[in-house]
Design a protein around this ligand. Structure first.
Ligand SMILES: [Zn+2]
Length: 101
């Protein structure tokens, strides 16, 4: 099972230091039928990505998919707010052309 997990996380890298994950980054906390609880931590910088609950018993992972673990979208910046403000201010009677068809 750990081999499969290594495969699952092999194409991932730490969003902080870009270090790839391997078997040492994964700690299996619980291994029950159909449920696996693992902890993922970067072995380079120590960033802890918390627990993952995996509800399957056999993992098939495509080798060629590059992934990066991130913590979610960047927060909206001040510039984004200004841009949105300008955009809305410049809308005219044809504003609905921006709506998806
Ligand atoms: Zn790291």
């Amino acid at each position: 099972m750990k081999k499969n997990l290594e495969k699952l996380f092999k194409n991932l890298c730490c969003s902080v230091c870009k270090e790839g994950f391997d078997g040492e980054s994964i700690t299996i906390k619980r291994d029950e039928a159909g449920l696996l609880v693992v902890n993922l931590q970067c072995k380079n910088c120590g960033k802890n990505y918390g627990m993952a609950f995996l509800g399957f018993s056999d993992i098939k992972v495509k080798e060629e998919l590059p992934f990066e673990v991130v913590e979610g979208p960047d927060p909206i910046s001040y510039d984004d707010v200004i841009d949105a403000h300008r955009f809305i201010k410049n809308l005219d009677e044809n504003w609905n052309k921006y709506l998806p068809k």
